[in-house]
Design a protein around this ligand. Sequence first.
Ligand SMILES: *Cc1c(COP(=O)(O)O)cnc(C)c1O
Length: 386
Amino acid sequence: MKDRIYLDNQSTTAVDPRVRAAMEPFLRDRYGHPASRSHPYGWDAERGLESARAQVADLIGAEPREIVFTSGGTEADNLAVKGVAEALEPKGRHVITTGVENRPVLDACAWLQRRGWEITCLAPDAGGRIDASAVEAAIRDDTVLISVQYANHEVGTVQPVAEIGEIAASRGVLLHSDATQAAAWLPLHVRDEGVHLLSLSANKMFGPKGVGALYIRRRKPRARVAPQIHGGGHERGFRAGLPDIAGAVGFGLAAELCRTESKSDTERVGALRDVLEGALLDETGATVMGSREHRLPNCTNLAFEGVEGEALLVALPEIALATGSACTSATAQPSYVLPAMGVDKSTAASSVRFSLGRFTQPEEIDRTVVRVKDVVARTRALDPRR
Ligand SMILES: *Cc1c(COP(=O)(O)O)cnc(C)c1O
């Protein structure tokens, strides 16, 4: 275990020990149902769930009542896209999204399309960024939703969300943003940024797996969303089913830690990322995929000419890395994000994603540089065409 290095934090993150400790009582003796009003088991559960809701709300500048707990980012995205489409169907059946969204948004849009909705899928620039004016130009009278991610899961490119938010507000269209990758690193403020719906996932922010949230704005304007899971009246009718209370409690503390520590995490981890990237660029002549200017602080996606990304991963089993989007899909599919950015096939196939986390150590970065440099040099030396 000790020799392993985890640089796959955009797939999922370790649970912070403080988060684990906060969850423990809810897995042990605080197992009540939050709707049980007549005994302390219920009171404890309700208090745990509601303080978690307030912690999550605080992270993004929302009110607790605007937070709906879900089973993760995937469900939050599905609820946002399908829920708004269904609720606003009388107004129109047009949705705008981008070619670099994560699968849940793209697949929910494809599901709508098969049922008669029209989807405009905007192409990013070479850095993976969407031009806000392209969003504006795509808006029609029957547009009911714009869904643009906050930061990308493969290259870390950060989108001009506030700019798009202004356009959405002026045109009276709802804006959803998947902030799953951004929440651990960037300050988020749904009101300042003009976001009406925002997806979060605890497992990308040093919290547990299987829990996330959708922010649904309640006023100015109220975002209308039709529930997609039917049952009891949990989560104010937006999402039936008893939430994972221990998970939500862990998510709550994870959100609070991101709120109070992301600035220092970003400085420290960003500096380590720069060391890693700088050394690998110098030593291997790699190319950075995606915008270096508008980017998450914890990742770098590098293409090593003449080296298959998959082969590099196989040669380095002790270092957890990723290629393409295999991390988020059940099947190993090639990256669609890099092709959407206009990256050619062979460059895309030679790219590797390095994503750091709160617990990444400087010594691990040093070892990674040595190992990657070595494998790249040896692979290139074996190539008869070089
Ligand atoms: C991981 C991820 C998701 C899915 O979140 P889960 O909690 O795993 O369902 C959605 N969107 C983005 C951008 C992600 O990185």
